[in-house]
Ligand binder design. Structure first.
Ligand code: GLN
Length: 232
């Protein structure tokens, strides 16, 4: 039988392009680790939801103002965000790394960024990290709304480097996105599903219960294998 509240359709905000976590397949459908996890958890826990691909910063703002019920977007569980949001159990480890254009030989370290432009994505951990070292290494930050625009700015040569999440940049480089990694990844927070603090606790409980079930029954590993396994 249906549980109380099971008739509700939750609105879930996400990023526009953040492979392998959320991206459009050739038919335009949103796929990726986040999308597949959400689908499997909703099925396991018997709730309905709709995905709203708003862009990362817009999705976080929509959650803050209550326009969406939750966000799944490779969103890092940070102390600062915990003031405003409740997070699920972590489901993927991340960290920030720098990338440069594939044929770029002049940028090997943060020291080489002096006097140059660096592309970042508004509202992200990558942005915060770049901002925290910008004056020390003497570079200028150029903000973008999504990862594709940020990478394009590096490929056209306006910016010499960008900072984004390691699993996303490593996946992109493997897919031949025109960039390469030249530094070690910085330690960073793990990803979690977020709701507004104190709100939608029922949804959060379902997410955590579903995630635990998927980890126990092998479905979580199967989803990861699809996107980041050896045969992905
Ligand atoms: N993990 C990063 C953050 O939470 C970036 C997320 C994203 O760009 N979708 O800030």
């Amino acid at each position: 039988a249906d549980q109380p509240g099971s008739g509700k359709t939750y609105l879930i905000g996400t990023d526009v392009t953040f492979a392998p976590f959320e991206f459009q397949d050739p038919s335009g459908e949103f796929v990726g680790i986040d999308m597949d996890l959400m689908k499997a958890i909703a099925k396991d826990q018997n709730f309905k939801y709709e995905i709203r691909p708003l862009g990362f910063n817009a999705a976080v703002q929509a959650l803050e103002s209550g326009q969406v019920d939750g966000v799944i977007a490779g969103m890092s569980i940070t102390e600062e965000r915990k003031q405003k949001f409740d997070f699920s159990d972590p489901y993927f480890d991340s960290g920030v790394v720098m990338a440069v254009r594939k044929d770029q030989e002049g940028i090997q370290s943060y020291e080489d960024l002096r006097g140059k432009k660096v592309a970042v994505k508004t509202g992200t951990e990558g942005y915060s990290f770049a901002e925290s070292i910008a004056s020390k290494y003497g570079f200028t930050i150029v903000p973008f709304d999504d990862s594709a625009q940020m990478y394009d700015d590096v490929k056209t040569g306006n910016s010499v480097a960008c900072f984004d999440d390691y699993p996303v940049l490593a996946y992109g480089v493997k897919q031949n996105n025109g960039l390469k990694l030249v530094t070690e990844k910085e330690p960073g927070a793990s990803y979690g599903f977020a709701v507004q603090k104190g709100q939608n606790q029922e949804l959060m409980e379902k997410f955590n219960a579903g995630l635990a079930n998927l980890k126990a029954n092998g479905e979580y590993n199967r989803i990861l294998e699809t996107y980041v396994g050896e045969n992905a």
